[in-house]
Design a protein around this ligand. Structure first.
Ligand SMILES: Cc1ncc(COP(=O)(O)O)c(C=O)c1O
Length: 447
């Protein structure tokens, strides 16, 4: 049996058993997927105490990714991120201080939520080479090294986002070797990079030396929304594997979606088959598309093989306007902002998709536009710990009146949920202008 969770659900759906258990639809079609939607009935295993079909499927996926352990999440990388930080927290030796994590600023909101829930202090890294976008970071091992050196004590983890939303990939081997020298675990938000394992040249974070990473299977692989994986490396610190399920269960629903688990299960079977060949073709086609766009005069940025990021403002049109034109041509991008358009490709994109994109782009005149305007998030003026501020009494006020006040609930860009002002930081005039740029007019500040 190669997809045990799916096989179990399918057999059960076909068995004609009267379902006196959750979910309420009893397997009768309203939407269409109900027959396969289960709960933890006998034989269906338990996600957080997996010993049966779920363990079998997770173990097979762990083998594919070459990990010590891979845990399924039906609540996205958002759940995995909180879980990874809880695992690192649970296993650290220093119990006297709050946990201290080093991270560049382009973290996803789930990281901030973990800091709030676990009372984590963050030493933010501001790379020497400034990023031209909120959701990117040009962080290097030297930047991390300088941050470690400036910490009051040895940090408990280094946390980076790679690939970032724009498709830039960090030098994980160099950062990992630095972390090992300092005895600090490296955690990677690889939400966008589940496919990296299967490229001709395997550049998955676990292969390159990360201790833990999360992969949103649903972002780049054929998996239902919410399906994700938490991977723990064979060289991760002691205790990580053993406490991992328990730590994940602290934040997770006790009703994990069996549909999503089946999707992860089938996805894993698919990865073990022809996927690498299909992926190689997609990477090649994406590269060709980039070249064709470059020949038209557009600049594409980023390192990822299956992401197309167009610096459209440089070509004379804002990312948001270009996104609208693409939509008129029946193309929906992943993300647009004033400067950029991000498109994600997979083997499920057809040749027609690529041709449609190239044809639409060729119709738009490229002119001399403006360089990326964004100047990076300025260094934070931290006035209170994140958790203390997040749970303090707050009021919502217009952003333009917030100068000098302390941020209450972290403010993120609407998509891709990267923090502009973090709980406990002073709101400065620079932050107010970034809030404006992202169309955020109100902010929660401490009373
Ligand atoms: C960089 C990054 N990390 C984490 C997440 C959260 O992933 P998920 O939607 O799987 O919970 C996202 C979502 O967009 C993301 O872009």
């Amino acid at each position: 049996m190669s997809a045990p969770i799916y096989e179990f659900a399918k057999n059960y759906a076909e068995s004609g058993v009267s379902r006196f258990h959750m979910p309420g639809h009893k397997g009768k079609p309203l939407h269409g997927l109900e027959p396969l939607d289960l709960t933890e009935i006998r034989g269906a295993d338990y996600l957080f105490g997996a010993e049966g079909i779920i363990a079998e499927s997770e173990n097979r996926t762990a083998k594919l990714y070459g990990t010590a352990k891979t845990l399924y999440s039906t609540e996205g990388s958002s759940l995995c991120i909180k879980s990874m930080l809880a695992i690192a927290d649970h296993c650290r030796a220093d119990r006297q201080h709050r946990m201290l994590v080093i991270a560049p600023r382009n973290v996803h909101k789930a990281f901030i939520n973990a800091c709030i829930l676990l009372d984590i202090d963050v030493k933010w890294v501001y790379p020497a080479v400034k990023s031209r976008s909120l959701c990117s970071s040009a962080v290097t091992a030297d930047d991390i090294s300088a941050a470690i050196d400036s910490c009051p004590r040895n940090p408990d983890a280094v946390y980076i986002t790679s690939p970032d939303y724009l498709g830039f990939i960090a030098d994980i081997p160099a950062i990992s070797s630095l972390c090992r020298t300092h005895g600090v675990p490296l955690i990677v938000d690889n939400a966008h990079g589940a496919y990296l394992k299967f490229l001709d040249h395997d550049t998955h974070p676990i292969t390159l030396g990360a201790d833990m990473c999360c992969d949103s299977a649903h972002k780049t692989l054929p998996c239902y929304t919410g399906g994700a994986m938490l991977h723990i490396s064979r060289s991760a610190p002691a205790g990580f594997v053993e406490c991992s399920k328990l730590m994940m269960s602290l934040f997770a629903s006790t009703s994990p979606s069996y549909l999503i688990m089946q999707s992860l299960d089938l996805c894993s079977e698919y990865l073990a088959g022809d996927y690498p060949a299909a992926l190689a073709k997609t990477a090649g086609r994406t590269e060709l598309c980039k070249r064709r766009l470059n020949d038209m005069g557009w600049r594409t940025i980023g390192d990822e093989k299956c992401k197309l990021t167009i610096a459209s403002a440089e070509g004379g049109i804002s990312g948001d306007s270009l996104g609208d034109i693409l939509r008129q041509n029946k193309i929906e991008p992943e993300y647009t902002d004033p400067d950029l358009v991000v498109l994600m490709t997979s083997p499920f994109n057809t040749e027609e998709d690529f041709v449609r994109l190239e044809s639409a782009m060729s119709e738009i005149p490229v002119t001399k536009g403006t360089d990326l305007e964004f100047d990076g998030i300025p260094e934070a003026v931290v006035r209170l710990p994140i958790r203390q501020a997040a749970f303090a009494l707050q009021q919502v006020i217009p952003a333009e009146e917030a100068a000098g006040r302390i941020c209450g609930m972290t403010v993120t860009s609407c998509q891709p949920s990267v923090p502009i002002a973090v709980s406990g930081e002073e709101i400065t005039p620079e932050i107010i202008s970034i809030l404006k740029r992202y169309g955020i007019s109100d902010i929660s500040v401490l009373r």
